[in-house]
Design a protein around this ligand. Structure first.
Ligand code: ADP
Length: 306
């Protein structure tokens, strides 16, 4: 479990993180979501004791990072995948980490296997693709078999295959009962990866809830309906007091009714439905509605193809 309590960080006159409190529970992937510059990395650095809070504190399973006796065995982190010495092999790098942290050598081969790097373990890490470097970074984070894992923008720059692999891997780690906090500005990615969200904007908490709840809060109150007898159905729905807009090819957009209410009107009148789908706001739209801030948050080209 990770608990942030009134966490604040100022860099001169810049307030990077402002009175931020949240809890990250074990056994699920929690997305740490916010636009670039929101304060995600700063928060993660404070969780890991790499930056001192100006005020507030953050606890890992009840203890601040710098009071943990065996940090590598308690917390693993992937912050920047490219920090490995380029001439070292993946295995040498992990061996060096294991030896300097009192971790048994057999663990090196275990984690290499877990992340699928066994075959290239003796090649120089400098020649690794971004995806392979990420895997090596994850292997390093897992070396001490920690209960708490932090990933800072792990899918940035990866191809779809790499993104899918990381997503599944993180979900697997959570399923083992670990606490997994993963930051991203890719809201659509988080919708697929994380069960819970901690959403921040300009260093402040915007929401802490399940991903489904976050989307529900800003769900559009509209249901899309397709029916062969759409004209008759539109009249029936209007008779019930619902607002119905008729689109191209008989697609109806119904406002003021739930999917269940519409389904019951159909069944009660023998209307065949070909589609009945409540319209949900995307996470991007949900974010903008909650922050009311479309200037700071802009989906960049990195969003494409995800
Ligand atoms: P994110 O990870 O969400 O993109 P960051 O935590 O990197 O956000 O940054 C939050 C804010 O703090 C930004 O305005 C950034 O410019 C500022 N900031 C981060 N690190 C430093 C630093 N070392 N010195 C000064 N300002 C910083």
């Amino acid at each position: 479990m990770i608990e942030a309590i009134g966490l604040t960080k100022r860099y001169g006159s810049t307030v990077a993180v402002n009175d931020l409190s949240f809890t990250v529970r074990p056994g699920r992937v929690t997305g740490f979501l916010g636009p670039n510059g929101a304060g995600k990395s700063t928060t993660m650095r404070m969780v890991l004791g790499l930056d001192r809070p100006t005020a507030g504190r953050v606890l890992i399973d009840g203890t601040p990072y710098n009071k943990i006796k065996n940090p590598l065995r308690s917390v693993g982190a992937l912050l920047d995948a490219k920090w490995v010495h380029p001439n070292r092999s993946a295995r040498t790098h992990l061996l060096w980490m294991a030896r300097s942290n009192g971790i048994p050598v057999r663990r090196v081969d275990e984690v290499l296997d877990e992340v699928g790097l066994t075959k290239v373990a003796r090649k120089r890490a400098g020649g690794f693709s971004l995806g392979m470097s990420q895997r090596l970074g994850i292997a390093s984070a897992l070396l001490g078999d920690p209960k708490v894992l932090l990933f800072d923008e792990p899918v940035n720059g990866l191809d779809p295959e790499g993104i899918l692999w990381i997503r599944r891997f993180m979900q697997g780690l959570a399923a083992q009962g670990r606490t997994v906090l993963v930051s991203s500005h890719l809201l659509s990615e988080m919708a697929l990866t994380a069960e819970d969200l901690v959403v921040i904007g300009r260093g402040e908490l915007i929401a802490q809830c399940s991903t489904a709840e976050f989307i529900d809060r800003s769900a559009k109150a509209a249901v899309l309906v397709r029916a062969p007898e759409w004209q008759r159905f539109a009249t029936l729905l209007r008779d019930k007091g619902f607002a119905v807009a008729e689109g191209a090819e008989g697609v109806l957009t119904v406002e003021g009714a739930t999917g269940a209410e519409i389904g019951e009107v159909a069944a009660g009148n023998g209307v065949v439905l070909h589609e009945l789908s409540p319209q949900r706001a995307s996470l991007e739209e949900a974010f903008m509605q909650l922050t009311g801030d479309s200037v700071e948050y802009q989906t960049g080209s990195a969003e494409k193809g995800v």
